[in-house]
Design a protein around this ligand. Sequence first.
Ligand code: NAP
Length: 256
Amino acid sequence: MPDIILNRHIPEGYSAADNSLRDRVILVTGAGDGIGRTAALTFARYGATVILAGRTQEKLEAVYDAIEHAGYPQAAIYAIDLKTATEADYTALAEQLENEFSRLDGLLHNAAALGERTSIANYSLASWNQVMSVNVNAQFMLSKALLPLLKKSADASIVFTSSGVGRQGRAFWGAYAVSKFATEGFSQVLAAELENTSNIRANCINPGATRTRMRATAFPAEDPATIKTPEDIMPTYVYLMGPDSKGVTGQSIDAQ
Ligand code: NAP
């Protein structure tokens, strides 16, 4: 059992200390856009050295430049396409991080593919496989490759990104919903395996409706002004990535 049960929310009124992520090395997938971009900038603002992982170099460079311009700790870029990357690619990533940083304190699995919004009867196998590759298989390969580096940290945190449709299936959410159930399950399995054998905790965040490109694609008729921004949900990300959540593991937290 985890040391602390949060009952799906971080402590009320939580506010992180300015330097709460100082000296932490944190990798963020999908760091070029949406929630991942804001998480990368926020982790850097709280003092972390952030490894910006993603598939679109220009977007990653823009985040890198924004971090530099703000005077936060210098970031690093690692271009990788989670749809096509092989186990050897993840091994190469781990080796490069080992050489440059010698350990890893945080891993935010944020990148995801939405896939088709259609019935199972009409869902294409190609789209199903793509969603599972990015949302599930990549998380497994990346986590496995980085475990040795996470074990070198005194207080490591793996954060997965879930969704409401990863807890209750809904019509027309297809592979995306199934992949988010898998994410919740993977996070629990990892948390249980690591709890008494390492300093690594693993938890899920369900961001809730958040103003991003993916949300606009999934809900084209929604007025973006009516939903939260990525900045609004950052306290949960900083809490789970930093020392204040020590002892919290195997949980699924709502960011809203
Ligand atoms: P987003 O704006 O579409 O951003 C997704 C990020 O993932 C982008 O940086 C994208 O890179 C990257 N990505 C996608 N496929 C990739 C691949 N094959 N390889 C590497 N990177 C890839 O979406 P978001 O709303 O911020 O979503 C972030 C996370 O929150 C996802 O896990 C999503 O399922 C979850 N979520 C979001 C909401 C919401 O309301 N927004 C609600 C529940 C859960 P490019 O920019 O290069 O395409």
